[in-house]
Every structure is written in structure tokens, then in C-alpha cells.
Design a binder for this molecule. Structure first.
Ligand code: B12
Ligand code: SF4
Length: 474
């Protein structure tokens, strides 16, 4: 066992990314890049160990770098698919056990998945501390407290073990939220991701003020919006451009939460003439024709609309703040502006019926040139209205039960099987539909095309692959 001890006065933090899930493509660890940027700014020496991009096991990095602290990121708890569930919790406990054998450095866990079940995951893995939500400022405070032997239990967002099997977690605080540092993009990590099909993410804002019944984003990121300026976004995209990135994914929960922000970012990108193309999530709500024209000039190439359903009663039950008319209108503007677009749909949530599914499918057939990304059932996440109505507060079960086995709401009389059957049948004549993951061959195709320098989501290839796949079923 290596006893963690600094070689000089600069404290060392090993950043560990565990995510190797490759659907719809490997996702570059942007959250950890932000943590890296904040740590470097605060005077820490950092090194990245990435389960996908690094050579050698994590123990080797520990032995070489001799970190004083380990900052471990867990992005996904599971793949959020009711018909094909995959849990990633074990990866975290296994990694913590491996690290425990080779170092005494405190293990601090964070990330979107950790933020959903902080106390449960801390108890399960025996990590020393955790940080819920935005990690930069709380982590810096936590590390300072650990170095100075000060108590850590009053730091907002921080989770700790009260006893070995009883963890606690503080609420996040507004004064520790916001962009405190620019993300540090390490070429040794970013380049392999780019080569293996990843679309590098850029974040322009955090927080969503809306309350869709199933959505954990406001719980992870907070409800209050925090924005970066257009100039900051351009500065980051310029750095990415120099690293070979020509297409980015704006990872904001919703890019159009605020018209002023949308205009600021787009105008800055137009003025900078970076030649960078991008994709983003948009809400169909409140979008005007001129927004599409502006976004297109700023490099927008592909849109994922968070539409959820094409049936108005279902949209209302899901807590969406728009109607199908707005979806149709936004789709028409996207077509007119010459931007590719797809609609993300969730089948089987509260209010869904066999008839509302048919309504959505009929309307989907009426929109031309669209892609559809369908999810079956609604994953029940803590902090959401659905958690209150269909989670532990309603069922009396423990939150652990919802972590150990991914739980989904499917509105009776619908079942996972009945929705699957309907959608997979429908997809036989609609190859522009992706139900769950894209076809496995897509990841391989992406990697080949990336090697030829092609970037972007390449939805058209999913359509081509599905058109030619023999059976048309799962
Ligand atoms: C954009 C996005 C996508 C895009 C990614 C595009 C891209 N090219 O990057 C796409 C659409 C491809 C995608 C796919 C998936 N996604 Co997604 N995605 C998101 C989204 C909206 C933003 C993620 C992001 O980049 N945020 C910006 C970064 C900066 O934030 P962050 O990673 O959370 O990091 C911050 C904190 O978490 C923390 N932090 C992070 N690491 C660490 C480490 C330490 C030590 C500390 C202290 C703090 C810390 O500090 C960071 C900076 O503040 C989130 C929802 C959300 N609002 O968080 C879901 C989310 C991450 N996705 C989720 C899921 C499930 C998936 C999929 C499995 C779904 C699917 N079946 O397709 C896949 C998996 C992809 C993969 N290969 O891993 C879940 C994960 C939780 C869960 N349920 O398991 C989320 C939270 C959404 C949800 N359902 O609640 N996703
Ligand atoms: S689904 Fe989109 S709009 Fe609704 S709460 Fe989540 S991030 Fe906000």
C-alpha cells in the first residue's frame, strides 16, 4: 500500500472517470474537466485516469502519481432503459475497493449519478466523502478543510459517513453555485475520445427552472439559471478548435431557457467565425423563426427537442410547458432554417394511454425529415414530482430499492412489453426512429467515420443502418 504523501508542497489530486458506456457514443468527461480546471486554479496538481482513455489500470496511476486525494466521477447510475436495463453502481464500488487496496488518500465521489443518490452511494461504496451537484467550489472547500484538519460536515453539498453505514449529505448552497473556473481540456484524454466517436460537450449555462414531472436535472444542477457569457463560450470553443474539435454538443439541459442568453452566445459565435458546428437540446416553447436563423448562422447543425409526447393531455400530465402546436411550429422553423432535428419522446409516463401513443405515432408520421429518440417508461428519480407520487414517499419502499434496481413508471394498463412491441413494430417502417440505443453497428460506424475526420451526431447513419438491418426488431 502506498501511503499518500506529497513530494513537495503542492497537493495532488487524481481525477478518476469510470464511465465506459459507449451508447450512443463514448461521452467525454466534461464534469471532471471542470473539476480539473477548478483544482488547477486553486493550486492543486492534478492527473487524469480515465477508464476508457488511459493506459494501464488505476492502481498504476496511483503508484506513479502518489495522490493526496482521489476525485472520482460517476456520471451514470444506469442506462435509463426499462426494456434493457444496465446498472453501473457496481463499477463504483469495485473501483473504490481497488483504490482502498493501493492508497490511503481520501476518496471523494461526485458527478450527476452520485448527486441523485449521494448517501446511498456513499454507504454502499465506503468512499470517504461525496459532493452533490456542481462540484467545483464545494470540493475546493472540502479539500481545504481536510488539509487543515477542520470539520467538513458544514460544507454545502458535501456528503460524509456519520458512521460506517450511515451517511449524510448537506443541501447545496447558492453562494457555492456558478462557473468558478474554465474546464481544463487535457489533450491526452480529449483526443482519444474525439477519435472514438465522442462529441465534445460545451456548457453555456446551468440550472433549469421548469418542473417536468420526471426530470432530475433541476435536482442535479439546481433551479436557478447560471450563465456563461458568449465571450466565455467562444474562448472555450477556440481552445477546443485548436485541439481538433469542429463540432460540439451544447450540453445545457435546455439551450433556450433565456432569449437574451441565446442571442448573446449566438452573436458571439457569429462574430468569432470559428467555423465550429454544434448541436443542442431545445424546448419547443417560445421559439421564433428568427431564433433558428440566428442559431443556424452561429453554427447550429442538429437539434434534439425535448418534446416527450405529441399528445396534449400527456404533455400536460408530464408537466411540460408547451403543446403539440408549438412542437409542430418549432419543427417547421427548423426545417425552414435547414437544421437537422429530432424529437426525444417518453412513452408510458403518467397520463399515457394506448390511444395517446397512437396519436403521437400518427402525428410523428406527419412531420417530415425528423428523427425520433424514444424512451420506454419513466425512470423514477429522487427530487422529482414523480418520486413523490410513485417513489418511496408513495410506496413506503426505501430509496436504496430505487438505486439497486432501476425503477420506471409505466402507466397501467400499458406495460414495458406492450409499448416495446408497438414501437419495434412501428420502427420496421420508420427507420428514422431510435428506440433505446442506436443499432450496435452505429458505434463501430461512428468510430470509422471519426477516423476520416467526420464529426457530428450522424443520425442519418442510424437510419441507413436500421433500414438495412435484417429483422427490424431488437
Ligand atoms: C448532455 C447529456 C447527454 C448527452 C451527452 C452529450 C455529450 N456529447 O456530452 C447525450 C444525449 C449523448 C447523453 C447520453 C446519455 N445520458 Co445523459 N445527460 C446529459 C445532461 C443533460 C448533461 C450532462 C453534462 O454534460 N453536464 C455538464 C457537466 C459539466 O456537468 P456534470 O457532468 O454533472 O459535472 C458536474 C457535477 O456533476 C460535478 N462533478 C462531476 N464529476 C465530479 C467528480 C467529483 C469528485 C466532484 C466533487 C464533482 C463532480 O461537478 C461538475 C461541474 O459542476 C445530463 C443531465 C444534467 N443536467 O446533468 C444527462 C445525464 C447525465 N444523462 C444521463 C443518462 C442516463 C444518459 C444515458 C445513459 C441515456 C441513454 N440511454 O442514452 C446516455 C449515456 C451516455 C454515455 N455514453 O455515458 C443521466 C445520468 C444519471 C443516471 N440516470 O444514471 C443524466 C443525469 C440525465 C438524467 N436522466 O437524469 N446525455
Ligand atoms: S425536462 Fe427539460 S425543461 Fe423539463 S425540467 Fe428537465 S431540463 Fe427542464
Amino acid at each position: 500500500m502506498n501511503t499518500a504523501k506529497p513530494h513537495d508542497n503542492t497537493p495532488r489530486v487524481l481525477l478518476v472517470n469510470l464511465n465506459t458506456y459507449d451508447q450512443p457514443y463514448p461521452v467525454y468527461p466534461l464534469g471532471l474537466a471542470y473539476i480539473d480546471g477548478a483544482l488547477r486554479k486553486a493550486g492543486y496538481e492534478t492527473r487524469f485516469w480515465d477508464a476508457r482513455a488511459s493506459r494501464g489500470p488505476v492502481g498504476e496511476s496511483v503508484a506513479q502519481f502518489q495522490p493526496d486525494y482521489i476525485a472520482l466521477s460517476l456520471r451514470n447510475i444506469d442506462n435509463a432503459q426499462s426494456h434493457n436495463p444496465l446498472s453501473f453502481v457496481r463499477t463504483l464500488s469495485d473501483c473504490c475497493a481497488t483504490l482502498r487496496k493501493v492508497t490511503r488518500a481520501p476518496i471523494i465521489v461526485g458527478g450527476s449519478a452520485f448527486s441523485l443518490f449521494p448517501t446511498e452511494l456513499l454507504e454502499l461504496t465506503g468512499a470517504d466523502h461525496g459532493v452533490r451537484g456542481e462540484g467545483e467550489a464545494p470540493l475546493i472547500e472540502l479539500l481545504a478543510a481536510l488539509r487543515e484538519n477542520r470539520p467538513t460536515t458544514a460544507i454545502p453539498g458535501v456528503a460524509w459517513n456519520e458512521t460506517p453505514h450511515s451517511a449524510r449529505c448537506n443541501k447545496c448552497a447558492a453562494h457555492l453555485a456558478g462557473f468558478t473556473a474554465e474546464p481544463a481540456h487535457t489533450p491526452e484524454i480529449l483526443t482519444p475520445y474525439l477519435a472514438s466517436g465522442s462529441i465534445i460537450g460545451v456548457q453555456t449555462q446551468r440550472g433549469c427552472p421548469l418542473k417536468c414531472c420526471y426530470c432530475a436535472y433541476p435536482y442535479i444542477e439546481g433551479r436557478r439559471s447560471r450563465y456563461r457569457t458568449g465571450a466565455q463560450v467562444v474562448e472555450e470553443m477556440t481552445r477546443l478548435r485548436a485541439l481538433g474539435v469542429r463540432y460540439t454538443f451544447i450540453v445545457d439541459s435546455v439551450f433556450n431557457t433565456n432569449e437574451k442568453h441565446l442571442v448573446d452566445v449566438c452573436e458571439a459565435l457569429i462574430a468569432a467565425r470559428l467555423g465550429m458546428e454544434w448541436e443542442c437540446f431545445l424546448s419547443p416553447r417560445g421559439l421564433k423563426r428568427e431564433h433558428f436563423a440566428l442559431m443556424k448562422r452561429a453554427g447550429l447543425r442538429d437539434i434534439e427537442f425535448g418534446s416527450d409526447s405529441f399528445s396534449d393531455p400527456v404533455l400536460a400530465a408530464y408537466g411540460k410547458a408547451f403543446t403539440y402546436d408549438e412542437i409542430r411550429q418549432a419543427s417547421a422553423y427548423a426545417t425552414e432554417a435547414g437544421v437537422n432535428y429530432g424529437h426525444c419522446l417518453i412513452f408510458g409516463g403518467p397520463g399515457e394511454t394506448p390511444a395517446s401513443i397512437e396519436e403521437t405515432l400518427v402525428r410523428a408520421g406527419e412531420l417530415s425529415g425528423t428523427y425520433y429518440f424514444a424512451t420506454i417508461g419513466m425512470r423514477i428519480y429522487p427530487g422529482t414530482p414523480l418520486w413523490k407520487t410513485h417513489g418511496p414517499p408513495a410506496t413506503g419502499e426505501t430509496p436504496e430499492a430505487y438505486l439497486a434496481t432501476p425503477r420506471f413508471h409505466i402507466e397501467p394498463p400499458l406495460t414495458v412489453e406492450s409499448i416495446c412491441k408497438r414501437l419495434f413494430d412501428y420502427r420496421k417502417t420508420a427507420p428514422n426512429w431510435v428506440v433505446g440505443d442506436p443499432p450496435p453497428a452505429f458505434v463501430v460506424t461512428m468510430e470509422k467515420l471519426r477516423k476520416r475526420g467526420i464529426q457530428g451526431p450522424l443520425w442519418e447513419y442510424i437510419e441507413i443502418l436500421q433500414r438495412y438491418q435484417s429483422s427490424g426488431t431488437r
